[in-house]
Design a binder for this molecule. Structure first.
Ligand code: ADP
Ligand code: MG
Ligand code: MG
Length: 902
């Protein structure tokens, strides 16, 4: 036997054997129950069946060898410790069977309380409780209810209805008014329901109850809503759940008993204090289920001072031990406090920063740890304007916060109506059951999108995030009736044109227009709030943690900005230069006419005249930007989009020509334009005449831009500033392309710069896969690389972003082909590999080659970590993302391995 034991796999751990670091094996709940046990806190005794046992069961459809015997052995020792036997008719031991995976999955897995009760032991339980029949029958009816629902899939409403019937017969709303006889009657009713749905009697054998409950917990890992939740939260599907078997303690023994939840700090704001709810004479779930009104935890002091003081003492010890906000479940059985669960508690974004700051003040953690405990997604959340909810507004529904922000507007139900009203200047919220690719125009026109179905990866959610538009998805309390142009929620009808407000961060939906207030975190970044003076705990904490992130990070953070105003704001937000200044906006507005002249030029003189007219305009643009970024590098990208994008659309031109001809007007120019548009039409403009290709085909175009940049730099420097331009050639795929542009550019620069002291770098974007793969050659001709990861993703995957996001990304996400859109977060294995190759081979050819990234990934938290790992010098992102990138670059620099901050 001993020899066999030594090779046998250990599937069951007593609470005294585990600890908080064994979450993989014991699940979060089990690991923390063990930790509390070992800290000497009063945890009812019990044991944990490992996630490995669950995985083995799910793989084979039966309990692994040895599991039954190990459960038996642990049950026996539990019985010895408690001095009772499971389900003993005279003096029964009862247990709870509780699921608990590595990551908390609220409401996903079920718990069965009072296992071990049957027709005989219910009498023993009553005797044990001093003849408290009411308590015993209440416990029994709860067992049948939970067991029926969880283990045997009996519809829960049936039990609820029977309970309602019993209360109605008694003429009461309160479950406490049901006496022992009523509850005995209810047990009979429940048993009938059980038999009707399962075709068998409620199992009377305690050990069978236990085994079936354990098995049901295993199986619940693959229940549909657990699968959906995991997919949504990106929790791996193969972790399995542990099962905890815990001796029951009873909060439903009378007025001196009860059950509650507590937080060591306010999980909403992070404020210190005592937060929680308590419910006397109740069991388990009752607190959160809202069957009766709970009282604030503080009131426990009056009800039971001894337990209250003890609880506060344990809360302090747990915080000290976990060095973080803990949330706690407890039960008081006749004046004796029992701890039933703890974990590091979930919190809002604001609370995450505030608590991290407080814990540093209290000396519990250092600044590195504080930085590790917050993240860019939370910071980004805090930078959105928020609804001002201090007064009358109550949400009417809550869906999934699919794309953050706060939006109010008139309800519309069709894409066409959204476009119509938006064109009249109205703010609209597009409400649908779910969206599909036909809704795209409406989604673009709307302020926000609200759907009654679908999760974080639904079409609405994916597209909204891609557009940076507020979206609440899956608000399933909404009954949306598109043909009737209305929806109903909470008994109210909302018609087209009525105003609603949606919060894409919390998922809450409000009727009417909720006032919006600016983010104080943005005010701080703007320099409008002084963190030393602000009596705002959040601003102080953000300031402190950001300062630390800046000290720690190796990556520099630049911004993408095309105007002086954007550059100025980004600089206030901490940008250390511009990583991408697009020049194409400088060809729009009243300058279009010059572009038309350029395109239509039939002689060198005409073309040169058009370019000469553009030159001073471009120069002024650059002067503006160089001034704002005084002393910091500015990467200017030469014109990238195909020139026909600057001409009017074909249809419009054709109509103009037709109309003018009709009227007998002179149409020579329109006809020429029309011909040009026809000639320049491209099947795949994304892969057509753009970027460096344009520069090589249209004489003088790049030269004009290079001259404007150099002249602007010289002028700024001569007037006492310091301009550091970096000229970036887009869409290079072969070193020869770059060399040709460079040779011409260097001549112009030498001529313009003279002895002004201005230095102009010339480099290239790496955005075509071939460029990444020939980076060693390209580096010979480039002083820097900037990864254009948007195009690199498009061309790496062969995706046209505008087409794919609406058309099929939702399906790819649903199928798990990607966990997140590769445009949102860099695809490390594929596109990331191209970046890695180019970085390594580029630096091998030219040591010290400056490397940066200027796609949208530069502001995505996970991607920032990747760029840190690959060794880039900087990331560049939109102004609002600059603080996020600073924070994440700091976190990347301190990140230790093996953290799972979920
Ligand atoms: P969840 O993960 O949904 O919180 P739990 O396993 O924690 O599920 O259990 C549900 C409720 O039952 C909780 O309120 C818990 O405190 C209570 N509970 C669990 N086990 C026991 C027990 N042995 N004695 C008394 N109450 C228990
Ligand atoms: Mg719990
Ligand atoms: Mg590009």
């Amino acid at each position: 036997m001993a020899a066999q034991d030594s090779v046998e796999h250990k599937y069951v751990y007593d609470f005294a054997e585990g600890n908080k670091d064994l979450k993989d094996l014991l699940g979060g709940k089990g690991a923390n129950l063990a930790e509390m046990t070992n800290l000497g806190l009063p945890v009812p005794p019990g044991f944990t069946i490992t996630t490995e046992a669950c995985k083995a069961y799910l793989a084979t459809g039966r309990e692994p060898d040895g599991l039954a015997a190990q459960i038996e052995a642990h049950l026996e020792s539990l019985e010895r410790e408690m001095g009772r036997k499971l389900g003993d008719p005279q003096d029964p031991l009862l247990v709870s069977v509780r699921s608990g995976a590595k990551f908390s999955m609220p409401g996903m897995m079920e718990t069965v309380l009072n296992v071990g009760l049957n027709d005989r032991s219910v009498v023993g339980l009553s005797a044990q409780a001093g003849g408290n029949d009411r308590f015993a029958w209440d416990s029994y009816r709860r067992l049948i209810q939970m067991f029926g629902k969880t283990v045997c899939e009996v519809p829960g409403e049936e039990f609820e209805h029977a309970l309602d019937d019993a209360k109605r017969a008694k003429g009461t709303q309160n479950d406490l008014d049901l006496d022992a006889d009523d509850l005995r009657g209810l047990v009979d009713a429940y048993k009938k329901i059980f038999a009707k749905h399962t075709g068998r009697e409620f199992p009377q054998e305690p050990r069978e109850q236990l085994d079936l409950a354990i098995r049901a917990v295993f199986e619940s890992w693959n229940a549909e809503r657990a699968v959906v939740y995991r997919r949504q939260e990106r929790i791996p599907a193969d972790l399995g759940t542990a099962v905890n078997v815990v001796a029951m303690v009873f909060g439903n023994l009378g007025a001196d008993s009860g059950t509650g939840v507590a937080f060591t700090r306010d999980p909403g704001s992070g404020a210190q204090g005592i937060y929680g709810d308590y419910l006397a004479n109740a069991q388990g779930e009752d607190v959160v289920a809202g069957i009766r009104n709970t009282v604030p935890l503080q009131e426990l002091e009056q009800l039971d001072k001894k337990s209250y003081d003890e609880l506060l003492d344990y809360m302090a010890r747990l915080e000290e031990h976990y060095k973080d906000l803990c949330d706690i479940e407890f039960t008081i059985e006749r004046g004796k406090l029992w701890m039933l669960q703890t974990r590091v508690g979930k919190r809002t974004a604001a609370a995450a920063f505030v608590i991290a700051g407080q814990l540093v003040d209290e000396g519990l953690i250092d600044l590195d740890e504080a930085l590790h405990r917050v993240n860019g997604a939370q910071l980004a959340q805090l930078m959105f304007p928020r609804f001002q909810l201090d007064h009358e507004f109550q949400p009417v529904a809550k869906g999934i916060g699919a794309s953050p922000g706060a939006a109010s507007g008139k309800v519309v139900f069709t894409s066409a109506r959204a476009v119509e009203l938006a064109a009249e200047g109205e703010s609209v919220i597009l409400v649908r059951r779910e969206t599909n690719p036909d809704d795209l125009n409406g989604m673009i026109a709307a302020k926000g999108i609200l759907t009654s179905r679908g999760g974080k990866t639904s079409h609405a959610a994916v597209v909204a995030r891609g557009m940076g538009k507020t979206c609440v998805s899956g608000a399933d309390e909404l009954d949306v009736n598109v043909p009737a142009k209305k929806f109903t929620v909470a008994g109210q009808t909302v018609n087209e044109g009525d105003v609603v407000s949606i919060d894409g961060t919390t998922g809450k939906v409000y009727l009417g227009e909720v006032p919006v207030m600016p983010s104080e975190v943005v005010q701080y970044f703007e320099g409008e709030l002084n963190p030393e003076q602000a009596d705002d705990a959040l601003v102080k904490a953000v300031h402190r943690i950001m300062t630390h992130a800046d000290e720690k990070r190796r990556l520099r953070v630049r911004t993408n900005a095309d105007t002086g105003a954007d550059a100025a704001r980004a600089r206030r937000f901490g940008a250390q230069g511009i990583g991408l200044c697009r020049t194409e906006h400088m060809f729009l507005g009243d300058r279009r006419e010059l572009v038309e002249r350029l395109i239509l030029a039939s002689t060198d003189e005409e073309r040169e005249a058009a370019l000469a007219a553009l030159l001073p305009l471009q120069r002024e643009d650059f002067i503006d930007i160089f001034r704002e970024m005084d002393g910091l590098p500015v990467t200017v990208r030469l014109i990238d989009p195909p020139l026909h994008e600057f001409l009017p659309p074909l249809e419009q031109l054709a109509v103009n020509v037709a109309v003018a001809q009709e009227r007998g007007e002179d149409v020579a120019k329109e006809e020429a334009l029309l011909a040009a548009v026809r000639r320049m039409h491209e099947e795949n403009p994304m892969l057509g005449l753009r970027g460096v290709r344009l520069g090589l085909v249209i004489p003088g175009l790049f030269a004009m831009q290079v001259r404007a940049i150099a002249e602007a730099a010289v002028e700024v420097t001569r007037s006492g500033g310091s301009a550091c331009p970096e000229i970036m050639v887009p869409l290079v795929g072969a070193v020869q392309e770059l060399e040709t542009v460079r040779a011409e550019a260097e001549k112009i620069i030498a001529e313009v710069v003279g002895d002004s002291g201005v230095e102009v770098l010339i480099g290239t974007m790496i955005e075509v896969p071939r460029a990444a793969l020939t980076a060693g050659q390209i580096a010979e001709a480039a002083q820097f690389f900037s990864f254009g990861t948007n195009d690199l993703t498009q061309m790496g995957w062969g995706f046209s972003r505008d087409d794919v996001e609406g058309a099929f990304f939702w399906r790819y996400l649903e199928l798990g082909i990607f966990g997140i859109s590769p445009f949102e977060s860099i695809d490390r294995e594929g596109v990331g590999r191209l970046v890695r190759i180019a970085a390594e081979e580029g630096r091998a050819a030219r040591p010290g080659l400056k490397l940066g990234v200027c796609g949208e990934h530069g502001g995505d938290p996970d991607s920032v970590h990747f760029f840190h790992e690959v060794g880039l010098d900087y990331v560049s992102c939109s102004p609002f993302r600059v603080p996020v990138a600073r924070l994440e670059a700091g976190r990347a620099a301190i990140t230790t391995t093996g953290s799972d901050s979920r």
